[in-house]
Ligand binder design. Structure first.
Ligand code: SF4
Length: 398
């Protein structure tokens, strides 16, 4: 698994049958003709990306090829297999992609018939990630999901029967009024379905979404922080006991071979190229992104121009802060010796007193150059990262 340390490719597929009331992604309910237009423009973007100069940035020496391709969204499983095949062929033809690149597909349970799952598996997808969200009828309905608990279970069975290397599923918790018993039932149902990987996300209410508007009108009360924290700790403990130990704040897997090779690139600042509306890319110290709206993404492509909307160059201080935040969200923690710009030793020395306090308060353990969060530290990873003083790096930021 560790040999998958080259850059990653992310393809954003922006279609969903219905927009969930909590969704903050770039999505639309497009019909077949929209999907065809999307595929045509994505092929243009793939074509253009080879001449844009970005590949040089991503493939700086030793110029490793892409070794993961992640179809996310949106609902990539809504695309016809022919469309997925066309996109994959274009990526392999025009970009440096390793022959054994690990292919990921996000899918909605309604789409995962045994026939569809078998087709995707035959196309080379190795991980399928199912947006189950809950096994409770009332919670699925609150979240605006169309599938039933029964469909969710059936889709998992189909994915397992189709022989994916990793069958993953997502759940959401921290819903208004959800009790620890409710959530425990969901976790038990998830464990009974025996996925290889589970992601458990706390519900976030974003402004400018139907849930955000309901909160503004006082019709939706979010779960209190201490209740959320209780569910968080319970999740990590129960899943560990159930054979799916955590390795990141929201990620649990039956073994290291099922850890998300693609997400690990985001957590370690490994370069990645994102294509499609709203897709973000990162290489060296540079981050850039496409417009969120599909029309704003398509318009420049139709004129033969790059759709990149904007970008930023991260200063050393921001880059190190991000590395600390991302690292402290993982069980492995942060090895200061690997921090960008060779800054780790100085940073550790400057923060020795803070690190000692984190250890005394039971939020982290420190060993040589490694700072690892405890479960309690993981629950407040960003706060732990921000407690470190990065002022000594300020003068080196551009
Ligand atoms: S299925 Fe996912 S991407 Fe689609 S609307 Fe719902 S939350 Fe958003």
């Amino acid at each position: 698994m560790s040999s998958f340390n080259g850059p990653g490719l992310y393809i954003h597929v922006p279609f969903c049958r219905r927009i969930c009331p909590y969704c903050d992604f770039s999505v639309l309910t497009g019909d077949r003709s929209w999907q065809s237009r999307y595929v045509r423009h994505l092929l243009l973007e793939i074509d253009l990306s080879t001449g844009s100069g970005w590949p040089d940035l991503i493939h700086e020496p030793p110029r490793q090829p892409f070794d993961t391709i992640y179809f996310g969204g949106g609902t990539p499983s809504m695309l016809r297999p022919e469309d997925l095949g066309t996109i994959l062929a274009a990526l392999r033809d025009q970009l440096p992609v390793r022959d054994d690149a690990w292919l990921f597909l996000e899918a909605n349970p309604e789409d995962v018939t045994l026939e569809a799952a078998t087709t995707w598996r035959q196309m080379g997808f190795r991980t399928i990630s199912l947006g189950v969200q809950s096994f409770a009828e009332q919670h699925l309905s609150f979240l605006g999901r169309q599938h039933t608990p029964r469909t969710a279970r059936q889709s998992l069975d189909n994915a397992i029967s189709a022989g994916f290397d990793t069958v993953a599923m997502d759940l959401i918790y921290g819903l208004p009024g959800q009790t620890p018993t409710d959530w425990r039932r969901d976790l038990d149902a998830a464990l009974a379905a025996q996925p290889h990987h589970l992601s458990c996300y706390q519900l976030t209410v974003h402004p400018r979404t139907p849930f955000g508007f309901r909160r503004q009108r006082g019709e939706l009360a979010e779960m209190e922080n201490d209740e959320q924290a209780e569910l968080f700790l319970m999740t990590h403990r129960l899943l560990e006991e159930g054979g799916l130990p955590g390795y990141e704040v929201s990620s649990f897997a039956a073994g290291p071979e099922h850890h998300s090779l693609h997400n690990q690139k985001y957590w370690t600042h490994t370069p990645y190229l994102g294509l499609g509306p709203s897709a973000h890319s990162f290489a060296q110290r540079r981050r850039w992104w496409n417009p969120r709206k599909i029309k704003a993404w398509m318009a420049p492509l139709a004129e033969g121009r790059s759709p990149i909307e904007s970008g930023e160059e991260l200063g050393l201080q921001s880059l190190v802060l991000e590395s600390l935040m991302l690292g402290l969200r993982t069980y492995a923690g942060v090895d200061f010796d690997t921090l960008p710009g060779g800054t780790g030793q100085r940073l550790w020395e400057e923060n020795e007193a803070t690190i000692d306090r984190l250890v005394e308060r039971g939020l982290a353990t420190a060993e040589r150059s490694c700072l690892r969060p405890t479960l309690r530290g993981l629950a407040i990873a960003d706060t732990v990262a921000r407690s470190l003083d990065l002022d000594c790096l300020r003068e080196e930021s551009p």
